[in-house]
Design a protein around this ligand. Structure first.
Ligand SMILES: O=C([C@H](O)CO)[C@H](O)[C@H](O)COP(=O)(O)O
Length: 182
């Protein structure tokens, strides 16, 4: 088991080392600029999106997860963060198309800059990891499906939040925003 853990850690280190700094900085700038942030992803990509949205909320950002019952309507000036390893999942392509029609920005976090979603997005942060589709250009992995993407996207987005927070955003101020009924 220890050797599997070591291999997984190595895979992630390799992927993270290939993330382009300018793309992460671009995302950070868009997060600061957006009136409100909406996050969406299907399946495990969506779970990583929820973790991202939660921490953004702790950082004081106005953020919603698409599909939750209390999520309001989108408007011009809002930003959709679309998380999709493949960049081609039907629902998220549809939601991004709708967001563009409304006048919101779309920022994609994906492995695939040639994807349908990439073609309609205003910005992209490429996480060069393996997906369930095992495209020829994807890295080797011992893991099933999109594990490598899911793990990498979680770490990269956590790092982007840290790099986006202001000086006043300390562990204390963020902890105060954490749910106190749990
Ligand atoms: O849940 C997922 C699957 O287990 C692969 O790891 C994916 O996140 C889901 O299928 C959505 O796919 P993508 O839009 O390509 O991320």
């Amino acid at each position: 088991m220890k050797s599997i853990i070591t291999t997984v850690a190595g895979e992630i280190t390799e992927v993270l080392s290939k993330v382009k700094e300018e793309e992460a900085i671009h995302l950070s700038g868009q997060l600061k600029k957006a009136k409100r942030i909406f996050v969406y992803g299907e399946g495990r990509s969506g779970l990583m999106g929820k973790a991202f949205a939660m921490r953004l909320m702790h950082g004081g950002f106005p953020v919603y997860v698409i599909g939750e019952t209390i999520t309001p309507s989108m408007a011009k000036g809002d930003l959709l963060i679309a998380i999709s390893g493949s960049g081609s999942t039907g629902a998220i392509v549809q939601f991004a198309t709708k967001a563009k029609e409304i006048g919101a920005g779309v920022f994609l976090v994906s492995t695939n800059r040639e994807s349908k979603l990439a073609s309609i997005s205003d910005g992209i942060l490429v996480i060069p990891a393996a997906t369930k589709f095992r495209r020829a250009e994807e890295p080797e992995t011992i893991q099933p499906l999109g594990n490598q993407f899911d793990q990498s996207v979680h770490l990269v987005l956590d790092a982007v939040i840290i790099g986006t927070l202001g000086d006043g955003d300390t562990n204390e101020t963020m902890a105060k925003r954490h749910a106190n009924i749990e």
